[in-house]
Write a protein that binds this ligand. Structure first.
Ligand SMILES: Nc1ncnc2c1ncn2[C@@H]1O[C@H](COP(=O)(O)OP(=O)(O)O)[C@@H](O)[C@H]1O
Ligand SMILES: [Mg+2]
Length: 256
């Protein structure tokens, strides 16, 4: 069954068609990768799915229900959650405080500008702290729970962002470049976390550039280039697709 269905969606910025009539389906329980060169329109697409950008045309369905242009906080209520390509972590807060934000996130255009009234977020802080700790434990971050984020490495903060997204118990998780800028150890740790999340029943739409990771953990791949869909298939099909190789690596190999 398709959990997410994107039907002919488009978004322009001035004269630029950032996303041009894109359609694809993400099957429930899968890891579906969205790849393409820089500027292909991947983040714009995620911003459209997650209610941050209003779409110009087309429709988006979640479990066959139309969710086109519904506000982000309603998507969160439907257990659709995303992370950001550019880390959206409140550095002046602890890891725990950042994760607790995830339990009652009301995302605006700029999700986390640390302007939340933190005291008013949680009715039952003890309960949520307990859940947050269990999520932190599973990704090996328990020891940093009460450390200020400003003191932690980028690699750790990328994990914190994933943990915060898990707080709402997502059914669909949109990950925008979760390993960008990380070393190979950190990358394989996050790949493992994504795999585990998926095995627990979370459907993942994964935007990434790391080809080795994409080929290893994706069930299906959609390729974008200049706003349009170039190809879709299983990793084996995509890695041997001539158009994809040309667009993505100027004729090189797609194997990392
Ligand atoms: N808010 C915006 N205003 C104007 N142009 C934008 C905006 N967001 C994205 N774009 C443009 O849309 C195109 C696609 O960008 P993006 O979705 O970020 O690509 P990707 O994530 O695949 O690298 C780029 O040319 C980018 O400059
Ligand atoms: Mg992007």
């Amino acid at each position: 069954m398709s959990l997410l269905k994107v039907e002919g969606i488009s978004k322009s910025f001035g004269g630029l068609k950032a996303v041009d009539n894109i359609s694809f389906e993400v099957k429930e329980g899968t890891i579906h990768a969205l790849i393409g060169p820089n500027g292909a329109g991947k983040t714009t697409l995620v911003n459209m799915i997650s209610g941050i950008y209003k779409i110009d045309s087309g429709d988006i369905y979640f479990k066959n229900e139309k969710i086109t242009n519904i506000p982000t906080h309603q998507l969160v209520n439907k257990h659709i959650m995303r992370t950001f390509q550019n880390l959206e972590i409140c550095e002046n807060m602890t890891v725990m405080e950042n994760v607790l934000l995830g339990f009652n996130i009301k995302m605006n255009k700029s999700l986390l500008k640390c302007s939340f009234q933190f005291e008013s977020i949680l009715d039952d802080e003890e309960k949520y702290t307990h859940i947050a700790l269990s999520h932190l434990k599973r990704v090996g971050l328990e020891e940093y729970a009460y450390t200020l984020c400003s003191q932690l490495s980028y690699g750790i903060l990328k994990k914190v962002e994933i943990v915060r997204a898990l707080a709402i118990n997502p059914k669909l998780l949109l990950l925008d470049e979760p390993v960008a800028g990380l070393n190979s150890t950190e990358t394989s740790e996050i790949a493992q976390i994504i795999k585990e999340i998926s095995q627990e029943g979370v459907t993942v739409l994964l935007i990434e550039h790391d080809m080795k990771m994409i080929m290893n953990i994706s069930d299906e791949i959609t390729v974008m280039n200049f706003g349009v869909k170039l190809a879709q298939g299983i990793p084996k099909e995509i890695s041997s697709n001539k158009d994809v190789i040309k667009a993505y690596l100027g004729g090189g190999t797609l194997h990392a």
